[in-house]
Design a protein around this ligand. Sequence first.
Ligand code: ARG
Length: 449
Amino acid sequence: MATKLWEKNFQVNAEIERFTVGRDREMDLYLAKYDVLGSMAHITMLQSIGLLERDELLQLLQALRHIYRSCEQGQFVIEEGVEDVHSQVELMLTRKLGDMGKKIHSGRSRNDQVLVDLKLFTRRQLLEITEGVKLLFDELVQKSDLYKDVLMPGYTHLQIAMPSSFGLWFGAYAESLADDMLFLQAAYRLTNRNPLGSAAGYGSSFPLDRTLTTQLLGFDSMDYNVVYAQMGRGKMERNVAFALASVAGTLAKLAFDACLFNSQNFGFVRLPKECTTGSSIMPHKKNPDVFELIRAKSNKLQGLPQQVMLIMNNLPTGYFRDLQVIKEIFLPAFDELKDCLRMTAYIINKMEVNEHILDNPMYDPMFSVEAVNRLAAAGMPFRDAYKQVGLDIEAGTFKADKHIHHTHEGSIGNLCNDRIRALMDSTLAEFHFDRVAAAEQALLNPPRP
Ligand code: ARG
């Protein structure tokens, strides 16, 4: 029956157990690898302050490495009757090494354990999200460069407004991602701080060396104040969710544009047929379902910060079981966003653009401002030029001159894609993912004695 870390001389009611464990056995699988890494750092530190023998440490580390590998191979399971990943790992160590396994929890609580697991998991996920964002960014900038001379109508109020271009349209979403990357970086930096050692939220009477675990786990620094470290539960998730929502907002808008522009009534872009889906009744249909699903999933992700907030907002300081429920919405969100990023990049790559949109005279009026500006540049007061062109349009005598000349920064003729690339690159260079990778590798592959 139940193996609970905290069970003493009575057994918990089965219904209470079912309800309180909830979906932890499933959710904690996301955290298993990181729970092992956290334990490796914790026990290395325990040995350094004399709470474990060197030989005990070596045996425990070896067993933990073995568990880590089973996580990587997808073989790690949380057994029926075991509450969570933390209990499962301790149980496995105790089964293998007896009393030694029972020593590892000195100076630690599941509260700081789950905190550190979440931080290690999230920083890895943020790395993968930034890779996905960069992939899509590259695709968009490439398309922007490729189609910089292909004009399309720009709209305000969904009314034909001014000349735009595919260079601008693709490039706008690239720049949006460069900005989203700043949120991801802020999220990453506040994630990459060590909460381990805060124990149940109030520290420990053991002389824990938190600087050591901070270094071992490759954190930039620690959440110093132990009460604050515990307050980070929920706060980290909320702020990371805001960063994910920022990316998702870019994707949702792009997806809506793409659906609209792909409609026959616009005909600005075309998806190759293998990227569309059909209808069971209408034989002619080639629907942009991919973009519709990207839009829906991205809109759903934009609700994540609110969902997290509704769970954690009104809690006072200290740990509460409420926080467990955040895992259910937070942990799966990364895979969903990564999938949307990948699919958007894939389909943008395949998207064909219509190079002859403006052959249709319907779009001629969008060159009106160009005509006004030409007259104004030749000396006519702007208001008079505006009126003259307006009257020509009303009279049906306006002749569109489609040779436009936009030269200022960020305009059709001067996209500044190189500078947008530089913005993205300078943000990416500030993450220092390499430090984290080096620390994790050092924990997993200790030098031979
Ligand atoms: N499953 C718990 C969570 O996610 C782990 C921490 C349990 N701590 C406790 N005091 N009950 O929050």
